[in-house]
Design a protein around this ligand. Sequence first.
Ligand code: ADE
Length: 234
Amino acid sequence: MRVDVLTLFPGMFHGPLTESILARASTFVPSDGTTADRQEEKPIQIHLHDLRQFGLGTYHQVDDSPYGGGAGMVMRPDVIVSAIETVVSEGEKSGMKKPHRVHFSPRGKTLTQENVEQCAKRDWLILLCGHYEGIDQRVIDGGWIDEEVSIGDYVLTGGELPAMVLVDAVARQIPGVLGKEESAMEESFSESLGRKKEYPHYTRPEEFRGLKVPDVLLSGHHKEIEKWRKEQVR
Ligand code: ADE
């Protein structure tokens, strides 16, 4: 899978994408084009693009004041569309077809595990992270975006954290990202349990400050354990 991220703050992605499971799963191409691990083909290639590069004039202006007045700034449609078109044509040159273009906004449809699974089936995602008061509505109305996504009913300072949330949730659906055992668990639980697999977990010690591990988990009866876990899922 290829993921292109359009953002004014590419630096925000370095920590989350260079640590932990995402680091193992993805080739990370920062906005300056350098990459340490291009040799090895990973399940996900993440390309970061600095929206400022598409800005206008000496100061690379990306935003302007809102028509109709009001506080804050709005991201310009010409800048955003030029960024999207450039990234699409770059991707097409490297053999990609038909990107799914996502814009993050509190006005979007709330992200669910079902959306995540749909996104994970795509070969190519373009993630647009808005900032300031948002982006000019004509980017949406003109058909340059396929889906507007919100990660919850609250307002963040921009789409970067939502984009990282989506990349993380999508990554764990891609074959080869999770370990064999985790993937099998994921598969057996996802649809039958309303796509969640969150039953309570326990590890050693068997008793901690007077709190005991449920007997069933120590019993070795796999059928009973599975039944118990299904009852406990939330
Ligand atoms: N941008 C600002 N707030 C957001 C949210 N809750 N979800 C997605 N994008 C956002």
